[in-house]
Design a protein around this ligand. Structure first.
Ligand code: CO
Length: 134
């Protein structure tokens, strides 16, 4: 059911710092940070030949990554994102199999303007999984 690895997301304290490290130390192409107030994060993407790295910086009160950064003060891997052809078909199959969808179970528009869902880490080998309709 899942297809390509769309991105690995890293929660960071300071997205400017993360951008500098990836751009100048690792020599990667990094997009400019974009604030997504609806999601409580500022994001940028490292564009690699075969996938992307998504940087997530907390934005505003109650950011969904604030608790993660409290537990991981240096930042760290926050989630992995796999592509699916049809997010509603994927969701229904996952729910039928006992997996829990975070939030109200309905897809939201993600950082790429495409529908996304998040699966509970307890059902996914301890890792938060994002599904994105390709
Ligand atoms: Co993501």
């Amino acid at each position: 059911m899942i297809g390509r690895l769309n991105h690995v997301a890293i929660a960071v304290r300071d997205i400017a710092d993360a951008t500098r490290i990836y751009r100048y130390t690792l020599g990667a192409t990094v997009t400019e940070p974009t604030a997504l107030p609806d999601h409580g994060v500022t994001v940028s993407f490292v564009e690699l030949p075969n996938t992307k790295i998504e940087f997530l910086e907390a934005l505003g009160e109650g950011s969904p990554i604030a608790a993660f950064l409290a537990r991981n003060p240096e930042g760290g891997i926050h989630h992995v994102c796999y592509e699916v052809d049809d997010i509603l078909v994927a969701r229904d199959r996952l729910v039928a199999g006992g997996a829990r969808i975070l939030g109200d179970g309905e897809p939201k528009t993600g950082a790429h303007g495409k529908p996304v869902l998040f699966l509970h880490p307890k059902d996914m080998c301890g890792t938060l999984v994002e599904l994105e309709q390709a």
